[in-house]
Design a protein around this ligand. Structure first.
Ligand code: C2O
Ligand code: CU
Ligand code: CU
Length: 420
């Protein structure tokens, strides 16, 4: 499945201040939706199961673009079918640009020194894409034996011998990537899901869970070929043992690294191509924690016995399975709140629609270096406290919050909230 083609869809580039009308016609034989993940628009434009497009129908939302430059994506959010439709190809990238970002002189020549990198793992048997099924798939999420970038197998990119911007998007159903370069080179982290960081951060590795995005700058001016690689998947259910391995232990053991994408820096550096990194990127008003008006507590529950046991659902939030007809939380428009969220049995990428948030604490302590920035998806295991301002109305249709392991979402680890 794809948008305007057979797998994935076009990159949509939109500018802050514009009102963008998108015509979405459903030529599939099943219901679908298109959710703009990370876009700050009112509930009725969000593309959730409340805006289902039936086969043969057209949905034509006009999206007011009113947020800072960022790398977003869009994907199916069909009720109970998100995992299978995204797996089959219903996803694409959505870039927001603005004047501030354009004024920074960051690499921005699309496909040349500003590369979209949508990473997905898929299962192939005899060269055919297959949809894994079964009880373990519901618990662990669909994981593949092949890593694709922008739908391409064994991908390579020719890049200029200069600083190149990579927009990394984890569009996998369940897998987390622990990304680094094959020669151990450092790179600069410049943006999260919600947009640019205040200052770049020099890193040698970066973790991206399903739904998370990061923008990085890499210096290819030495002209040497190098690969983006990932350490083995450790995001699986802890029953398997692998999931218990500590992040640091695993990255010391480079042996099992898988290649994600190979770069050949053989293009001449363009006139605009630079090797100088802007020091300050974006400034942003983080809500003052003193203005918090409500605190909420969410637990992503996972009950392994629940698959067999009919009286408790296996995947819930606060022991409630997702129900389209139930509003779980009611939020006041403009309110600042703290949501304390924790998970069970494995690390869950927790996503909230219609907002960007900051991580206030992780496991009762200072957040990790990689928790910073405006976020819309954050890994939850031990409790995290999220500081959130709700600026988008959700009165005509609610927003969702859920685990971004798409199989968990479909099985009910999802809730909804109104903003009025
Ligand atoms: Cu990217 Cu509600 O999802
Ligand atoms: Cu979303
Ligand atoms: Cu989950």
């Amino acid at each position: 499945m794809g948008y305007n083609g057979s797998y994935l869809g076009p990159t949509l580039r939109v500018h802050r201040g514009d009102d963008v009308t998108v015509t979405v016609s459903n030529n599939l034989s099943a219901d679908t939706t298109v959710h703009w993940h990370g876009l700050l628009v009112p509930g009725e434009l969000d593309g959730s199961p409340h805006q289902t497009i039936s086969p043969g129908e057209t949905w034509r939302p006009t999206l007011p673009i009113r947020q800072p430059a960022a790398t977003l994506f869009y994907h199916s959010h069909a009720h109970g079918r998100t995992a299978e439709q995204v797996y089959a190809g219903l996803a694409g990238l959505l870039f927001v640009t603005d004047e501030e970002e354009q004024g920074l002189g960051l690499p921005s020549d699309y496909g040349v020194d500003d590369l979209p990198i949508l990473i997905q793992d898929r299962q192939f048997v005899d060269g055919r894409l297959v949809l894994p099924a079964g009880m373990m798939v519901a618990l662990d999420g669909r994981r593949g034996n092949v890593i694709l970038v922008n739908g391409a197998y064994n991908p390579r990119a020719d890049v200029p011998r200069s600083l190149v911007r990579l927009r990394l998007v984890n569009g996998s159903n369940a897998r987390t990537y622990d990304l680094s370069f094959s020669d151990g080179r450092a790179f600069y982290w410049i943006g999260t899901e919600g947009g640019l960081l205040e200052k770049s951060v020099e890193l040698q590795s970066l973790t991206l869970a399903s739904g998370q995005r990061a923008e990085i700058l890499v210096d290819f001016s030495d002209g040497k070929p190098v690969s983006l690689v990932s350490a083995p998947d450790q995001s699986t259910l802890r029953m398997h043992g692998m999931g218990m391995m500590h992040r640091h232990e695993a990255s010391e053991n480079n042996a099992g690294n898988e290649t994600v994408l190979t770069f050949s820096p053989r293009l001449a550096s363009s006139k605009r191509g630079s090797t100088t990194l802007p020091l300050l990127l974006a400034s942003r008003a983080v809500p003052n924690p003193a203005t918090v008006v409500a605190r909420r507590r969410l637990v992503l529950n996972m009950r392994l016995g629940g698959m067999m046991d009919s009286d408790e659902e296996p995947l819930t939030i606060n022991h409630r399975r997702f129900d389209m007809d139930r509003i779980d939380e009611e939020v006041e428009l403009g309110a600042v709140e703290i949501w304390k969220v924790s998970g069970q049995k494995m690390a869950h990428p927790f996503h909230i629609h219609g907002v960007h948030f900051d991580v206030l604490s992780r496991d009762g302590e200072e957040p990790d270096l990689l928790d910073q920035g405006p976020r819309d998806t954050i890994v939850v295991d031990e409790p995290v406290e999220l500081l959130i301002r709700f600026d988008q109305p959700a009165s005509k249709a609610p927003f969702l919050f859920h685990c971004h392991i798409l199989e968990h979402e479909d099985e009910g680890m999802m809730g909804q909230f109104s903003v009025t």
